[in-house]
Design a protein around this ligand. Structure first.
Ligand SMILES: [Fe+2]
Length: 320
């Protein structure tokens, strides 16, 4: 397909329902000859953090989240094609470039790459193919968890004649596409246990809580990795201004903020109380809010929320 950069920037890709970012031409910013004075990775916006967890040997991790890939093949359904059309305009169409830069940076500069969810914006064959491709490129150094958008297939409404707009969810697609157990996983790196969970409904299940307790019994320092942060004060305060439509109350008066009221269920609330008393918990790595916020969580752990990878953001950790 012959699409110029100018054509793309002025909406030239908006035809025929083809909005696969994978099908985009190499966009100019990928070509260093156009901006020869710019360093290869200058579009990346990284913040730097150190966690003294008690590793057997120090190592580094690039943490990214919320890439929100928006691909759909021309032969996919109405939901996939329309959502791709709409959402590429939300995220800017450079999500794959951002992901490629992040993977390249990680390969050159750090030991591991962690993606804490919303790698895709909605379920489509094209998006799942990209998931396989980029987890494949990341290779053994890349691991992660799911976010709420990994589960997104639109509202399950039916048209007036009763035809569902969205086909039935196929959960196996998630299992197939992502190279890790979706619900709960433990990965030990240099004596530090990365526990990755799917908390994309803003809740932790009883099963996840009890499996976490089993991980604690291993006696290793733990970094909990999940998509949605726990609603601690500074994370809620930042989100309330960034996402005002959903949090007007919080904007008006943070003095009324009561964290415990923010939990959707007792299991999650109890789990948070348990976590706060766990000296082995050394940090929580999460995304979802599209903001960089570091907030206190417990005497031994902070929550590190990373801004959207679709805007080339990431956090680099030195873990010792
Ligand atoms: Fe999210």
């Amino acid at each position: 397909m012959d699409v110029t950069r100018r054509g793309f920037l002025t909406g030239g890709m908006a035809f025929g329902g083809l909005f696969a970012t994978s099908a985009l031409p190499a966009i100019a910013d990928d070509d260093p000859s156009l901006f020869p004075g710019r360093g290869r990775f200058e579009r990346l916006s990284l913040t730097y953090h150190a966690i003294k967890a008690g590793a057997t040997k120090p190592f580094t991790v690039l943490h990214i989240s919320d890439t929100h890939l928006t691909a759909a093949y021309p032969d996919e359904g109405e939901f996939e094609r329309k959502t791709a059309y709409r959402r590429i305009r939300t995220f800017g169409g450079r999500q794959e470039e951002a992901l490629r830069d992040s993977i390249a940076w990680a390969k050159e500069h750090v030991d591991y790459l962690l993606h804490t969810g919303d790698l895709i914006d909605f379920q489509s064959r094209a998006n799942f193919d990209l998931v396989k491709k980029y987890y494949g490129e990341g290779g053994a150094m890349m691991f992660g968890c799911l976010g709420n958008h990994e589960h997104y297939r639109g509202k399950k409404m039916a048209k007036k004649d009763g035809t569902p707009i969205v086909p039935a969810v196929v959960p196996d697609l998630l299992k197939e596409a992502y190279p890790f157990p979706n619900d709960f996983c433990s990965t030990v790196i240099n004596g530090v246990n990365f526990v990755t969970i799917d908390d994309s409904t803003d809740t932790v299940s009883a099963d996840q809580a009890s499996r976490f307790e089993a991980e604690v019994k291993k006696g290793l320092p733990i970094l909990l990795c999940m998509h949605c942060p726990f609603p601690t004060r500074e994370i809620v305060r930042a989100a309330s201004r960034f996402w005002p439509r959903t949090n007007l109350k919080a904007i008006r008066d943070m003095s009324n903020f009561v964290e415990s009221e923010k939990y959707k269920d007792a299991t999650t609330k109890d789990f948070v109380a348990y976590l706060r008393a766990q000296p082995l918990l050394k940090g929580i790595l999460c995304g979802h809010g599209h903001l960089n916020v570091v907030d206190d969580f417990s005497p031994t752990a902070k929550q590190y929320e990373v801004a959207g990878n679709f805007m080339f953001c990431g956090q680099e950790f030195t873990i010792s």
